[in-house]
Design a protein around this ligand. Structure first.
Ligand SMILES: [Fe+2]
Length: 480
């Protein structure tokens, strides 16, 4: 007798909650789709691949599920002279391969286990971030797992990148690539002293620098930044609750008595050369960009607004709960750090909008940039309701679009430069959009300078693409 068809909105049933049902429900096919129906016109001068990573568990989870637990799956939109091919494939991590052999999952999620436990092994899913380095896609995991290399067009898993080094032995999500030198900068973090490591991979793919970074204790940083000569590492007052750790569980604490600190280290510098700059306590999931201005380092980021209690003070428990459940209440923020005087300055660029998951023209990472594209965030859950463009010099919103804030699920956008770009923002913004009201899935393409005009092309996909995490752009114009 054939197995009953799975409910596509809840393939593992309803027991695992919102993170595995509806827009987050995984898909099980790996497809190559061409000749899709298009409204408008796919720009002929947009050539490259929009890559998006995200959780897509293949087997029913054990215990409590968190989106960081789902097997990483890449969804790719390959634009080539006005034509579009969509592909999706799981990342063949060690865990994926073990599950493939077993036909079920022996792993436990981050809420049930710890990275160091062997009795409840935690799955390193590679599901969080994707960037491109030396012509290959690099997928990485939030909790500093192993970096996986994939073909950015076919999505074939090519293997593990040999860039990790004990004692930390990990590679966090959000490495950064300097387009001018081809170098990749990354960090690793863990629960053992010195709690963080920093590394540089050459354009040829060799680990050329790896140094310990001492933090005051175990922390849960999420991102980093680069400038032309420096890397910026994060020491934020967010860490795993020690009591929960002793009980073998993962629970986050936000400690408002500690500052947020950013450590500036020369790109190939020693730990002794690192300088810390202290700011108001907060959490930062994502950096927009950073660069040098004379003797100052400038960093633009999405700063979490700590939750407030009835008396106006910081509500640590509520803030920790929001961080743990990816409920974001973030504002665009500018940090300045003076390398000569040690002076610091921070300011909110736009109080009006809760924006996150930033994208810029990746050729500008580490250099002064002016334009960023972000998602509007639903403050009550992990859902992105539209797109928003900013001039980060002035903090002014220069464009916005949504097919419906109440029922649409946008993904982190990609920025694809036009062929022979004439300016930083000369190009296109691409995005997957699930409309839950009409139950329709589109890939949308915008003129990056005219977001408010709506998509120049809407490509109709035959089924939903699960909500996910990070995205990037692989530029075939420069690599063909
Ligand atoms: Fe992230």
């Amino acid at each position: 007798m054939p197995a009953p068809a799975r409910n596509p909105d809840a393939p593992f049933g309803e027991a695992h909650g919102a993170a595995l049902t509806g827009a987050f429900a995984p898909v099980f096919g790996e497809e190559v789709l061409e000749n899709l129906s298009v409204e408008g016109e796919i720009p002929a001068d947009l050539n490259g691949v929009y890559l998006r990573n995200g959780p897509n568990p293949r087997f029913a989870p054990n215990g409590r599920y968190h989106p960081f637990d789902g097997d990483g799956m890449l969804h790719a939109a390959h634009f080539d002279r006005g034509k579009l091919v969509y592909r999706n494939r799981w990342i063949r991590t060690d865990a994926w391969q073990a599950e493939d052999r077993q036909g079920s999952s022996p792993y436990w999620g981050i809420m049930n286990s710890l990275k160091v436990r062997t009795d409840l092994p935690m799955k390193d899913t590679g599901n969080t971030d994707v960037i491109v380095h030396a012509g290959k896609a690099v997928a990485s995991w939030y909790l500093a797992g192993e970096p996986w290399l994939l073909d950015p067009v076919t999505l074939e898993t090519l293997g593990k990148a040999p860039w990790t080094r004990p004692p930390g032995g990990g590679f966090s999500a959000h490495p950064k690539v300097d387009a001018r030198t081809g170098e990749l900068m990354f960090f690793d973090y863990g629960t053992e002293h010195p709690f963080m490591w920093y590394g540089v991979v050459s354009a040829a793919g060799e680990l050329v620098h790896h140094v310990p970074i001492e933090l005051p204790g175990a922390r849960l940083p999420h991102d980093m930044a680069i400038t032309e000569h420096y890397s910026i590492l994060h020491d934020l007052p967010v860490y795993a609750d020690p009591e929960a750790e002793r009980a073998g569980r993962h629970k986050i604490r936000f400690d408002a008595s500690l500052p947020a600190r950013f450590g500036v280290i020369p790109r190939h510098g020693s730990p002794a050369e690192l300088r810390w700059f202290a700011f108001s306590p907060c959490f930062v999931y994502h950096v927009v960009n950073a660069w040098e201005e004379g003797e100052e380092i400038v960093m633009i980021a999405c700063r979490y607004l700590p939750a407030r209690n009835a008396q106006g003070g910081i509500d640590e428990q509520r803030t920790a709960h929001m961080i743990a459940t990816l409920m974001m209440d973030a504002r665009l923020w500018r940090y300045r750090m003076n390398l000569r005087t040690g002076a610091t300055h921070e300011e909110c660029l736009d109080e009006a909008h809760n924006v996150e998951f930033p994208t810029i023209n990746a050729a500008r990472w580490g250099q002064r940039s002016q334009h960023a594209w972000l998602v509007d965030h639903d403050p009550d859950r992990l859902r992105w309701t539209g797109l928003r463009a900013y001039d980060t010099d002035t903090g002014s919103c220069t464009g916005a679009w949504s097919d419906g804030h109440a029922h649409c699920w946008y993904s982190e956008p990609g920025f694809g430069p036009a062929r022979a770009p004439r300016a930083e923002d000369h190009g296109y913004v691409t995005c997957f959009v699930w409309n839950a009201a009409t139950r329709s899935q589109q890939l949308q393409v915008f003129d990056a300078r005219e977001l408010s005009r709506g998509p120049v092309a809407r490509i109709h996909l035959p089924h939903r693409i699960p909500a996910g995490f990070h995205a990037c752009w692989f530029n075939t114009e420069n690599t063909a």
